[in-house]
Write a protein that binds this ligand. Sequence first.
Ligand code: SAH
Ligand code: SF4
Length: 363
Amino acid sequence: MSTANGPMELTGTTVDELAAFLASLGEPAYRGHQLARWIYQSDATSFAEMTDLPASLRAQLAERARLTRLAPLAAVRADGGDTVKYLVELPDGATVETVFMRYEDGRRSVCLSTQVGCGMGCTFCATGLAGLTRNLTAAEIIDQVLLVQRTQGERVTNAVFMGMGEPLANYQATVRALLVLNAPWGGGIGMRHLTVSTVGLVPQIRLLAEERLQLTLAVSLHAPDDALRTQLVPINARWPVAELLAASADYVRTAGRRISFEYVLLEGVNDAPEQAAHLGERLVDAARAIDATPGQSWHVNLIPWNPVYGMQYRRPDRARVEAFARELERRRVPATVRLERGVEIDAACGQLQRTRGLAEARR
Ligand code: SAH
Ligand code: SF4
């Protein structure tokens, strides 16, 4: 986390790294916990606020350390304020989106971005249109949670890595962010309340299984066969459905956690009952390969496509979505239709940026 000469970035460091850094300044190790509390729990935005640290240390920190604190350029509210979508400015001026969702059952969830843009080019996704600009740092991922807490005045209980970008293409920063958000000295969010969504990068799914984190892994499937999946998700040409299902099954076995398959429904493209049947059969077979039932191994999340300006796809109606779910359930593959949040503010990934970009272009 530290650079040879520049200031040390503190957001994203573990309590042990903080203690080591403080020791290099001649400070006792317990100050690592004090500093972590200021960074992750008291949401300090400057060293001057850290009033239980000696003034001399605060002055040294101001000189030798840095604290990434992001600011929203815009915030759009929906669902009576229970969904808020932020356009967040990064230190280099690039922007990403973060979405806050407040649920009646008490959950306070944040949808995090992990990259500026995305290089995967899925044909139905707004983020994929512009390509990849860069990876986010762990500090930039974590501070999206802290920014929501600062502006909403509430603690976040859940985080989903489903905003802009492919988290497993930014593996190191994603895993660091997960560990810090989970740690008792950090975000204090239960690992089971952290969800990472991947387009299906097989080697990284296998790596993640070895970390043995109790997080929820979501895998974006979107089609039952290679011909269609490669059309929708070009990376499928590199890691086809059979390899992805095998890696998913191994993940379930190693991590001991069910996988959520995401399936974005596009009318007339991947939403036919026969396609649901084919998907169901493949999921039954892939579970059988690890001596498990589909219900023990996975869960399918059906997501009616959120329209993206300029794209030709259509969103299927309710009856078609339910018919698709029934085909899966007939094969004992659990399926749910994802609750819609923030539809009127385009809370699907990539869209606030596009809206703003359009507004600027019109000026
Ligand atoms: N890159 C990762 C995580 C970010 S996308 C991934 O692809 O899994 C999070 C989810 O939103 C993915 O399942 C993706 O397929 C879905 N998604 C993208 N664009 C969408 C849209 N316009 N409507 C509905 N879901 C969309
Ligand atoms: Fe990237 Fe995910 Fe969008 Fe595909 S769906 S382009 S992987 S953000």
